[in-house]
Write a protein that binds this ligand. Sequence first.
Ligand code: IPM
Ligand code: MN
Length: 358
Amino acid sequence: MVKRYKIGIIKGDGIGPEIIDEAIKVLDALSVTMDLNIEYSEMLLGGSAIDETGVPLPKETIDGVRECDAVLFGAIGGPKWDNLPRELRPESGLLKLREVMGTFANLRPAIVYDELIDASTLKPEVIKGVDIMVVRELTGGIYFGQPREMSGERAFNTMAYTKEEVERIARVAFDIAMKRDRRVCSVDKANVLEVSQFWRDIVTDIAQSEYPEIELTHMYVDNASMQLIRNPKQFDVILTSNIFGDILSDEASMLSGSIGLLPSASIGKGVGLYEPIHGSAPDIAGQGIANPLATISSLSMLLKYALGEDEASLKIDNAIKKALEQGYRTADLSAYGAKEVCSSTEMGNVIASLVSRS
Ligand code: IPM
Ligand code: MN
């Protein structure tokens, strides 16, 4: 039986449109082999939305995402919009979208592909086999806390969490860990911040009362940032707050050598948002050289987490591994085992043809 899905598409700015087009190509190829009927619904966000409508998050997008089964998103931002007032910048549109969609959990896997082990700045023996999932709280903490202010003499933000916010993100991390190695490291700054002590106590309670099989540890964020580089294999799932997760997930991405490879999923109350973790890379936009694999990998997460299409998701993961094994590389990774350096479009073609044949 044909399964029907409505997928929201937000191409965004910079390399966003180029990489999303490759992911769509892969999804089209999959729909044929897997008997899926996909309806696409394109929406605006960020700089392109500002140019067309005057605001970074138009009402049509807020209404539009609600009607989708999931949203695939490229990237936003660029120098063109950097000098606008804060509330009109592309980033504000993305933060607001996360808020209105209620996507409170951001999943950022950091996986090291064996074929690219030399692309990392770290020694191969340190990173071989790394497979970490960072679970970042995404709609609370200092990003959203009130009051916040900047005046002539003083500026401040507020790092706040409610019990409910901590409980629900902890459950997401524990549920994910149950399907992995059952180890969660919760990262905070409880030696200094009340909000972190609160976080730590609640995470501990949830683990004890609901997840007895989970091995829970706690780590201060300064130590965690050091341990991630020193011995990343010690981590399975890292659970942390909005701003710590922002920082640690960038750091974790570099274990893999290229930020062009890693996907993310933002999930929560309803429709989820799936996006590569790299940004809009305005410096290389329009040249056809961007690596589409992080976006294609985000599509794989979308199929798995939003649609429950595990088989289709696995087909994509396997196709990416196979393409790397066969030596296909975009320009960012051309120095690491390339047998064929390809453009974004060529890489999309390779993955699409591999999923069609699998
Ligand atoms: C990210 C980005 C965003 C964030 C910015 C663009 C608002 O850095 O998704 O990690 O800080 O959350
Ligand atoms: Mn970030």
